[in-house]
Design a protein around this ligand. Structure first.
Ligand code: FAD
Length: 530
């Protein structure tokens, strides 16, 4: 059987496209996912997120190259390898980004991406169970909820932010992004609502929609300059005449697939022994991510979620409350609260974001920590540094080379430094200080700017938002045009986080779903927004 659309990757983006393109029963759509179906209960119980870091079979578990500015450390980059992609392993925070982000996108990639149009799509997708004003949508497939059971320490964090003169903000997707508050989450009835659960599962009974899981696409098949199908390990999936392959493999795998298919920087492909079907120097370039640093404290009391005496009965109560009513501590998305601030008041939008965790968190949750503590993350939202994805081998099963080039631009370190100082002030502001026994990270011995900078180099990690590696743009050098069509070839698009022409000031899942929706409307010849 041939397909009108073959979508590669069932993550935040791919599930939206599968839903929208298969709405017409005459259109045959195939969604191909490398990972397994999302049956693991830890995916659906929000606090299961803490256990997911250990489940290597659900995760691509990428690693960066040694980062020159981070003491030559390799950083761990989790990405979902399961139905729902990273939306099945992420922290569920619902965030759109700043209106100014999309004004920049409109300048770089045209009017489809301007704030009024993307805002309309965010609203169309949304079913906000709490906020019912002009900023929010009702009745869409993506349920957005308040946390069912926020930890008291998360509220203490918000009060501590207010102690530091940050505004309390009940809605980061409303009138203003700035300030501190509890996050809204993509959950329904206390369960994770991944892109797969929101957009794909409800339409899986459509006879014209084929889902293939545990199938990694090795390359796009091109005849001349036209895509005609995709190559799996043991078979091909052909396109119908005039059909399209749409890459939704995410910011790491989509550029990797383009290069494996002969589309990318010519000299690099030649070095890999691959044919150069289309020399596209920017494939894999423009990689941007949010670099993050934490402050951490041990607590006097036991309000935090911690592995300590008394943990077992508490965990059993939480499991029971979750299973019976979708309530209780295990509905926590771990990163319960946070907010946005500016490192410099002259900036046109916040460039720092906080994620507050009422627990110890080390090494992305891969290392268990005993006792009761809190972790406050701060990241640089608008870094200047850009990295690159490239190949190490023509073997499709080999991991790509990820060079994030963190802090490669000297303007980035001062921003993170000011974020770290502000996070520390919040940790020691009265509302949190009354809970804190001692600061464990960076620790009392780290005080001067030089010491704090060294601490950043020694400990900074990703907060999981790589984007931009198949940049769309109005300019001829961009990898795709503003509708995600790969320049220089026909029948091939990219429609995921790789497309972002510039990293946004916020979390990236809902914006990636918005990208997929915008591209779907373009493919279907519908106006880009209602
Ligand atoms: C731990 C973590 C926490 C995060 N927390 C948040 C958060 O709270 N809020 C938020 O907004 N964002 C968050 N993010 C970021 C957000 O989830 C991602 O930006 C977003 O999901 C990216 O969507 P995507 O469709 O581009 O890629 P993905 O969702 O990663 O989907 C790509 C899919 O393609 C599949 N695939 C890749 N290559 C192939 C191939 N060759 N063949 C077949 N299938 C393939 C993958 O297995 C995957 O399922 C987090 C991310 C992580 C990892």
């Amino acid at each position: 059987m041939s397909f009108h659309y073959i979508i590669v990757g069932a993550g935040s983006a791919g599930c939206v496209l599968a839903n929208r393109l298969s709405a017409n029963p005459a259109t045959r759509v195939c969604l191909v996912e490398a990972g397994a179906p999302d049956r693991n209960p830890m995916i659906h119980m929000p606090f299961g997120l803490a256990a997911l870091a250990h489940m290597r079979w659900l995760n691509w578990g990428h690693e960066t190259e040694p980062q020159a500015q981070l003491n030559h450390r390799r950083l761990f980059w989790p990405r979902g390898r399961v139905l729902g992609g990273s939306s099945s392993i992420n922290a569920m925070i619902y965030m759109r980004g700043h209106p100014q982000d999309y004004r920049d996108w409109a300048r770089l990639a045209g009017p489809d991406w301007d704030w009024p149009r993307v805002r309309a799509i965010f609203r169309d997708h949304e079913d906000n169970r709490v906020l019912q004003d002009d900023h929010h949508g009702r009745g869409g497939p993506l349920t957005v909820s308040a946390l069912a059971h926020p930890n008291p320490l998360s509220r203490a964090f918000v009060r501590a932010g207010v102690d530091c003169r940050l505004a309390e903000n009940p809605d980061f997707n409303g009138a203003s992004q700035e300030g501190v508050g509890l996050y809204q989450v993509t959950q329904r009835g206390g369960r994770r609502l991944s892109s797969a659960q929101a957009f794909l599962v409800p339409v899986l009974d459509r006879p014209n929609l084929t889902l293939v899981t545990r199938a990694q696409v090795h390359r796009v098949i091109l005849q001349g300059r036209r895509a005609t199908g995709v190559q799996l390990r043991d078979r091909t999936l052909p396109l119908a005449d005039g059909g399209e392959v749409i890459l939704c493999g995410g910011a790491i795998n989509s550029p990797q697939l383009l290069m494996l298919s002969g589309i990318g920087p010519g000299a690099h492909l030649q070095r890999m022994g691959l044919p150069v079907l289309h020399d596209a120097p920017e494939v894999g370039a423009n990689l941007a991510d949010h670099l993050d640093i934490t402050v951490q404290a041990a607590l006097k009391g036991r309000e935090a979620i911690g592995i300590a005496p008394g943990f077992l009965p508490r965990a059993l109560r939480a499991t029971w409350a979750y299973l019976r009513r979708g309530q209780g501590e295990f509905t926590s998305n771990v990163a319960e609260a946070g907010g946005f601030a500016r490192s410099d008041p002259a900036r046109d939008r916040p460039n720092l974001q906080f994620h507050f965790i009422p627990a110890y968190l080390h090494d992305h949750g891969r290392r268990l920590s005993l006792g009761y503590g809190v972790t406050l993350h701060v990241c640089d939202l608008l870094p200047k540094s850009r990295g690159r994805i490239s190949l190490v081998s023509p073997d499709p099963m080999a991991r790509p080379r990820i060079d994030a080039n963190y802090l490669g631009d000297p303007r980035d370190l001062p921003t993170l430094l000011s974020g770290l100082k502000l996070a520390r002030r919040i940790l020691h502001a009265p509302a949190l200080a009354r809970h804190v026994r001692t600061e464990t990270l960076p620790g009392a011995g780290v005080q001067t700017d030089a010491e704090l900078q060294a601490d950043i180099r020694a400990r900074a990690e990703t907060i999981y938002h790589p984007v931009g590696t198949c940049r769309m743009g109005l300019d001829a050098a961009s990898v795709t045009d503003p509708q995600g069509r790969v320049r220089g070839v026909q029948g091939l698009r990219v429609a995921d986080a790789a497309l972002m022409p510039q990293i946004i000031a916020g979390n990236t899942s809902a914006p990636t779903m918005m990208i997929a929706e915008t591209i779907a409307r373009r493919i279907l010849g519908q106006p880009s927004a209602a």
